[in-house]
Every structure is written in structure tokens, then in C-alpha cells.
Write a protein that binds this ligand. Sequence first.
Ligand code: ARG
Length: 459
Amino acid sequence: TSNQMWGGRFAAGPDAIMEAINASITFDKRMAAQDIAGSRAHAAMLAATGIVSDSDAEAMREGLITVLSEIEGGDFTFSAALEDIHMNVEARLKEIVGPAAGRLHTGRSRNDQVATDFRLWVRDQLDAADGALVALMRALVAQAEAGADWVMPGFTHLQTAQPVTWGHHMMAYVEMFGRDLSRVRDARARMNECPLGAAALAGTSFPIDREMTAQALGFDRPCANSLDAVSDRDFALEFLGTASICAMHLSRFAEELVIWSSAQFRFVALSDRFSTGSSIMPQKKNPDAAELIRAKVGRIFGANVALMMVMKGLPLAYSKDMQEDKEQVFDAADNLMLALAAMEGMVRDMAAQKANLEAAAGSGFSTATDLADWLVRVLDMPFREAHHVTGSLVARAEAKGCDLPDLSLDEMQQVHGEIDASVYDVLGVHNSVASRTSYGGTAPEQVRAQVARWKERLG
Ligand code: ARG
């Protein structure tokens, strides 16, 4: 039998394979609430503009409420023959309210309908990401505040570079997630225009009120060009791009947590709640949540690339290719939210190992730069020469198998005669970090200033 929505010009129904490739209901049913919200706004507008009668609009309104409660209650039968959420809802509406349902699609197409539903769905995800990022940042700020003056090694090339503070390291991630948050908010502001009423592609001859539907659905304004409105998926791509950058940050942090929780580092102890054991090795406590966050990022990047590939080269306006947008975004959103929540939990629970951090901070000649700076400041040595002298001292310590502060003054003076005992003041890691007082530096006072700024911004 031919299709009940557009069967007028069809003599035969679709092949089973056609139905399988064409139907999107298995996944776009996730937009049921958005679809019904869009339809309710459209129905109310149709009545307000006199395009349908008040009684028909009222029947649609009540019917749509019933359909939504059926879907939410799990007693709705989705049909692949009805392709997608839009037609499933409309067909059920017709069963409930009769002929009035047939007037709902006046001045509307599935093209503007799906674009509207999907925007509403993505907008909800941006709002959820906003909240999840704020929660994660609060957890990081709490860690930073607790350990604003705890010392740890700072790395470049994952080789010991200079001592930094634990709080400083935590606040670096707050900056990253803060940029993600601002990208989320920018994306939301930019995408908040309503496609509804663009109809198939050209607009409609019915005297619709697009301002009214836009406002009812919480959009700032209607999309200005009907062709663009139905063919634009920038909002989904911006979500995926924003999610990708955020996921990249999550992955970097996850990688650090994997390294830090290893027996060789012991910088942090992850909680039991966010770790797993081994079925064979009794001693194991594995950072699986961090590893899975690191891995899930691949799916989010994949979704971003996949949708870029779907959209590139599509002529205006709507093409069915665009139906492939939703699964990518759904999967990326689900995994981003999970990763953000898992990271927040891990950060809240993790215990920085202060003594281990401090011991590590002093190893690897981490204060060599402080020593070179001392030679410049106290002996007025050119920095290049100071670098060379310090290098010789490091070589001595290395040969002796000790750290820089363990060299005697005598040994130091053999390398450079003018070095005096006050040099030892700058070789300690606490003095080292305390001296880095430049704006945004690692000194505890600067870290506390960062914490205070973010606490105010995060409320
Ligand atoms: N299920 C479709 C999608 O997700 C809805 C739009 C269908 N429009 C059309 N012209 N066939 O894109």
C-alpha cells in the first residue's frame, strides 16, 4: 500500500530495503518532545492568524499532549513505515483527534520541522554542557584552592622543567574549560533562530506569524532566509566542534590522570568510586574512567568529521543526506555528557599526594633555571653564561647521583668561584614557586588570585 502522508501520486509502497535505508524513527524518536513542542507552537500560531479554527487548534493541542504522554509513558508504537518522528506523531494525532490533525501541516514542511526540532534538541545539549562544564570547573577550583601552595614538577616534553604548584596546574584546566564554556554560550547565542515557517524551502503563502512561533519556542528571532533555514546545520557542527575541543581538553587531563595515578608517579590517588580492579591481579586499581574519557573523544571527533563530510557539497536546500546529522550529534552529545560527568566525579574524589608531589618537584634538577637566574641577578652574569655554568653544576650533580641542593659550596665554587651560600635559597622548590609572581605565574599568591577570579565568575 502506498504511503498515507504522500501516497497520492504513488501506486506502490516502498521496498523493504527502501524502508530500512529511509526510516529514521529508530533514532529521531529522541526528538519527540521537541517535535511536539514545535507542533504545539505551530498549531497555536495557525489559530492566532486565523489559518485554522480555534476548535481545530484546541483539538490539536490536546491531542499533542496525549501523544507526548503516550511516548513518555512508553505506550506508543513507533512505526518504521511512517519513517520518522514527525510522521509518527502526526499519524497518531490523526487517530486521536481525527480530521483536525490534517490541518496541522498547513504552511509547514518536514524540512523546517526537522530543522526546528533538531535545533531545540541541540540547544538543550548546549545548556546541559554549560551546566556540566560549570560543575567540573567548580571541582577543579576546589582542588586548586586546597593545594594552591603544594609544589609539584612542571613538565615540558614530559621531562622535569620547573616546579609549579598543584593549584596552578588545576587552574590551567579551568582556563581551558572556561574557553569551552564561552564557546558553548557563543554557539547557543548564534544558533538561537527559528527555522519554523521556512516550510519546504521557499516560505509559504499562508499568512503565518514566524515571530510568534519563534518566541513560543524560546528563539530570539526567526531565521531570515527560508532556503538557509532548512539547509543549515551549522548549529550541529558548532556543537560538534565545540564538543571536540572540549573533549580534547578532557582527553589531555585524562591522560595526566592515568600517568599520575601510576605506581611510578603516585601524584594522585583516584577514588574507588572511579576505579576498577583486575580479575587476575589483586593489587590493581585501574583508572578506567580516565581511559574511557580519553577514548570517547575519538567518537566525538569522528562525529564532527562525519557531519562535515555529509554537509560538504550539498546543494541548497534540503537533501535527505541531512538525515544523517542526528545519530552523530546524539552519540557525541551522550558521550560528551558522560565524559564531563565522569571527569567531574574523578576530580571531586581524587586525592593529590602532597608529599609525593613535593618529593618529585625537587628531583630532576627542577630548580636549575632558578640557579641560572641567581647567577644573573647576584653575579651580574649574562644569561647565556649562567646557563652554561648551571649546566656544568647539573652535570656534576648527575655524576654524583645527587640533586643540585646536595652539592657542597666547595663543589659549586670549583665550577664558579664567586658562588656563595645564598645560592641555596633559590634551590628549594618552595622558594622557586614563590618567586614566580608575574601575572598568571605559579606563585601561590597568583594561584589564589586565579581562584578568586574564577569563583566570582562561576558564582
Ligand atoms: N527524517 C527527515 C530528516 O531527518 C525529516 C525531513 C524529511 N524531509 C524530506 N524532504 N524528506 O531529515
